[in-house]
Write a protein that binds this ligand. Structure first.
Ligand code: ZN
Length: 249
């Protein structure tokens, strides 16, 4: 089986050799490593330096990780290094974030940073991986207005009417191990055709109390196969082709 983990925060993992060794054993042929601020974007590039042709970097500013950062400096860093990356990400909006819930200023700042990053993606001809927790409508609307043609709505768990517009626009959604238990995520994955789905781990997001790593893509694969009532091989084949085409791997 050939698999692609389309969204992993390798910068937050240690034991590089072990992580990559187990990923290869699981059948992963490529990992798209995403950044979320200046520090993790730098670390993401360092992983890609160590594992060229296997770890493909993406740089971004995560909607909950810019507070306390010099955002202009991070944007310049991304702009400067994005040509060696396969995507801009992780970027987006998160209205469930504690500060964002309390303050419209924070939500407005998230939108401002998101739009600037969508602009970098368009300018450099890169696709993007977006996060929209609690903000799917705005995440979609701004992407449609300012973003590139190729967008993955990472871990989509929004309303089905937004999903319909996401799919009609030709964008993709990604499945995570939460496909086992998240009702909204499952509903979206059940609705979306296979041609519109890629798989990922969002490592090191905690899963059943354990920090996930790319090899846990096998969980995503199993849950998605169960949900769709098809074989894991079939899920692997289609989602890997989708990922290769999307990122130009
Ligand atoms: Zn993520």
């Amino acid at each position: 089986m050939r698999l692609v983990d389309t969204h992993a925060h390798l910068s937050d993992l240690e034991d590089r050799e072990g992580v990559i060794g187990r990923a290869r054993e699981a059948g992963i042929e490529a990992i798209v490593a995403v950044g979320g601020n200046l520090e993790t974007s730098r670390a993401t590039l360092s992983w890609a330096d160590d594992y060229g042709g296997y770890v493909y970097p993406a740089l971004g500013i995560h909607p909950t990780e810019w507070m306390g950062d010099d955002v202009d400096k991070t944007l310049s860093f991304i702009d400067e290094h994005i040509d060696r990356c396969v995507a801009v990400g992780e970027i987006g909006l998160d209205y469930w974030n504690r500060e964002a819930r309390k303050s419209e200023d924070v939500r407005a700042r998230q939108r401002d940073i998101y739009v600037r990053l969508l602009g970098i993606a368009v300018e450099h001809g890169k696709p993007t991986s977006v996060h929209g927790r609690g903000a799917w409508e705005d995440t979609y609307g701004l992407a449609r207005e300012h973003g590139p043609d190729r967008i993955i709505f990472h871990w989509f768990s929004g309303p089905l009417d937004v999903l319909e517009r996401v799919l009609d626009s030709g964008y993709l959604i990604s499945a995570t191990p939460a496909a086992e238990f998240s009702r909204d995520h499952r509903a979206a994955l059940a609705e979306a055709p296979f041609e519109s789905i890629v798989i990922e781990t969002d490592s090191p997001v905690s899963y059943h109390g354990k920090r996930a790593e790319p090899a846990d893509i096998l969980l995503t694969l199993r849950f998605l196969a169960d949900l769709k009532g098809v074989s894991e091989e079939e899920v692997a084949e289609v989602t890997t082709l989708n990922a290769e085409r999307f990122f130009g791997l």
